[in-house]
Design a protein around this ligand. Structure first.
Ligand code: HEC
Length: 142
């Protein structure tokens, strides 16, 4: 009886291992697909953020950058992560007083810039953490 039990062990493990391998093979491609980065066409900011950003933009940016300024900027940075645009504005702008605004204000301004360029708004706020902004790719509007 004990012998049979012991003899059975390896094959049980083998089945378990095969199951784990099979599950990994099935699950991994799905996980990889999910990890695909979001783009500006995936509703990455909210209307409220863009509205807050409109005022901040008028106060801090409009004197030097008219509302059309960012169209070619976004085009030139096609394929780059949104974090780059955020880093440039939050460390070098406004030119007269670089980095002067709170992070939240820069993110609201970024949301406003996206709305100006008619990217879709959604239910999820644009987050200013580097990780989140790095996972969003600048792309042409669909
Ligand atoms: C006093 C004038 C001035 C103000 C105010 C100002 N900027 Fe700028 N900004 C510039 C200049 C000058 C440049 C570099 C030359 C250019 O590309 O037009 C620039 C460049 C930029 C760039 C880089 C564009 C690129 O193609 O590399 C971004 C992004 C930017 N500004 C965002 C902002 C934002 C957002 C604000 C408001 C928080 C702001 N700027 C306020 C003068 C200003």
């Amino acid at each position: 009886m004990l012998n049979r039990y012991v003899n059975n062990m390896p094959s049980r493990y083998a089945i378990a291992i095969r199951l784990v391998t099979l599950t990994a093979a099935l699950v991994l491609p799905v996980a990889a697909a999910k990890a695909e980065p979001r783009t500006l066409n995936d509703a990455v900011y909210t209307e409220e953020q863009a509205e807050a950003g409109e005022e901040l933009y008028a106060e801090n940016c409009l004197t030097c950058h008219d509302k059309k300024y960012f169209r070619p900027v976004l085009k030139a940075w096609d394929g780059q992560p949104l974090s780059i645009l955020y880093t440039v504005m939050s460390t070098s702008m406004p030119e007269s007083n670089p980095g002067a605004l709170p992070r939240k204000d820069y993110v609201d301004i970024l949301a406003y810039i996206l709305s100006l360029n008619r990217y879709p708004a959604g239910d999820v706020e644009l987050d200013y953490s580097e990780d989140v902004l790095e996972g969003i790719v600048i792309t042409d509007r669909e």
